[in-house]
Write a protein that binds this ligand. Sequence first.
Ligand code: PAN
Ligand code: ZN
Length: 213
Amino acid sequence: MICDTGNSEFGHDVTVVAASRPFQVVLDFATGSLTPFSASFVRSLSDMAHAFEDQEAVARVLESGDDPVIYRSNYPDIPDEAGHLAFLTTIISPGTVGSEFYMTKGHHHCRDSAELYMGLSGQGIMIMESHGGDFSQQELVPSAPVYVPPGWAHRTVNTGSAPLTFLAAFFGDAGHDYSSMERKGGFSMRVHRGEDGPQLRRSATRDEAGAPL
Ligand code: PAN
Ligand code: ZN
């Protein structure tokens, strides 16, 4: 499997502790801030324009001169080595592009390994897809952690009207592979704002069997 090594957001500009000694961070459930030991990265619409299905809606927003922050993540400096447990907080803004809710890019891990997601505030949905094309969705809300087994790509979607904040913990040497799902045409299902709330719809880039079109 080709793996992204160019995920420059992770592991750069970190001003922090090396995690060779115990340390503690203060986690604000409402804002997702991790203090004092964290760096952060931001993904604006222009950083992930192709992730959204409605490319005309993307163009309308960007051409208006707006480039909204879709999400940001905070992380302490934990070595990307076996034996360590890395963690991040992510804050997804509320909103939609066309009718599709704001979401993360989503990825596989380079080394198939499990991950634990814990909702901190707001409400959302995780969509997950295995290498073989099995699909699963789970609500992401406070007090109901979601377990992502090895080999399942995962994306988080903010379906609420407030920011969605969550913490995710994964193996230090897991690595992040964004391109496998991009090559498949993205996730097979997408989360849209429907008349009665969030609605899961098959992606226009995938056929009924989940194959890229
Ligand atoms: C999460 C994600 C984070 C940002 O910490 O990395 O929410 O999403 P993308 O990495 O898809 O942009 C995680 O799953 N880490 O493994
Ligand atoms: Zn992950």
